[in-house]
Design a protein around this ligand. Structure first.
Ligand SMILES: [Zn+2]
Ligand SMILES: [Zn+2]
Length: 119
């Protein structure tokens, strides 16, 4: 094992802005952070490790592997649009790719109060 001097600044989740908690030596087998396979962001446990899922997401899932929440939502949105144009007119059930209320709330919260980006 190599001793790395890492600053706290490196341990901030790039999606929600929370500190990425290092569990310390001994329990390092617990995943505490992720690197998004799509945008490359370094994110906390809660914000990473998502999969685009089945259906339209299958290809992206193979391409990107685990992705962050922001990418997940972004992809879901594009799938929802795809689904809508394909099945929206005669569907007897709701769009399976549409974000739930909880997802939307969380997304809003992260957008407003989350990590400041300079885009
Ligand atoms: Zn996070
Ligand atoms: Zn991402």
């Amino acid at each position: 094992m190599q001793e790395l001097s890492k600053s706290d600044d490196d341990q901030i989740c790039e999606v929600c802005g929370d500190r990425i908690v290092d569990n310390g030596p001994g329990i390092s087998w617990i995943i505490h952070d992720w690197t998004c396979g799509r945008c490359g962001k370094h994110v906390c446990f809660g914000c990473g490790g998502h999969s685009p899922g089945l259906g339209y997401g299958k290809e992206d899932s193979e391409k990107y592997g685990d992705i962050c929440l922001e990418c997940y939502w972004e992809l879901r949105e594009s799938y929802a649009g795809k689904w809508e144009s394909e099945f929206g007119n005669d569907a007897s059930f709701d769009n399976p790719y549409e974000l739930g209320e909880d997802d939307r709330e969380l997304r809003e919260r992260i957008r407003k109060g989350g990590a400041e980006s300079d885009d």
